[in-house]
Write a protein that binds this ligand. Sequence first.
Ligand code: SF4
Length: 285
Amino acid sequence: MLRHWQGLGYYSRARNMHHTAQQVAGEYNGQFPSSYAELLKLRGVGQYTAAAIASFAYDEKVAVLDGNVFRVLARVFGVTQDIAAPASRKIFQQLADTLIPADQPAEFNQAIMEFGAIQCTPAKPDCLFCPLQTECYAFQHGMVQELPVKSKAKAARTRYFHYLVLRHNDTVYMRKRGPKDIWEGLYDFALQETGSAELSVASVVNAVEAVGGRLATDRAEEPTTAMRHILSHQKVEARFHPIWLSEPLDVKAAGAAGLVAYSATDIERLPKPVIITNFISNLSF
Ligand code: SF4
């Protein structure tokens, strides 16, 4: 499944959608849940998505909160809580829930989101021609540029991935990435993650020996390839170190590291992060 999603990013969404499809088919007998409370039980469906589906598709009276809605509510009602703080959500949700009408919840949700997107925009809201001008707290108090209050997101952290591209004859060793990190379930190479863009020769040799490998002495040294991949919360600085082995890896040591030798055809079929696919596209077999 991940092979077909490869290159699109948001891999956890693909896994969640797959899990949810199985859940709906099995647990719900193929009937998609139709209430906010039930929708929230689906993996990958959070408050925003559940509220949007419940109100738009099933006319349930539940207010949607997105960036536009936070901004409109903060300005019109003068709410000064930080919209980036999780604790503020409850305050905005309660406020939106008092406003949403029972007979037209979908229209209300659509209207307030559109109002934020078209009229009450982040940088240059059209206050001069706004129908809410006389009752808008921010406009009346000269606080349009101060609201909503939003603390700055943390700067993306940089990670240094040193990939050991272990090769023997026409095979390359790869491994499946584990959970609780980026690219779960996708395939990459033996990895040394460090705090710097440099990796000493001694560290490379030690890492190869740790997975039961012996360096080939009859091959010329190949240059390291540098690539960068920017994700939403982190920047990956990858260095690919091509390493030819004199013999296959020791089976036990390779197995402990999750490394398996793959041919070019096998590698083509494996789901891989974009950065790995790009590197492999320049690899000659
Ligand atoms: S008056 Fe300005 S800040 Fe207030 S709701 Fe209208 S566009 Fe937004």
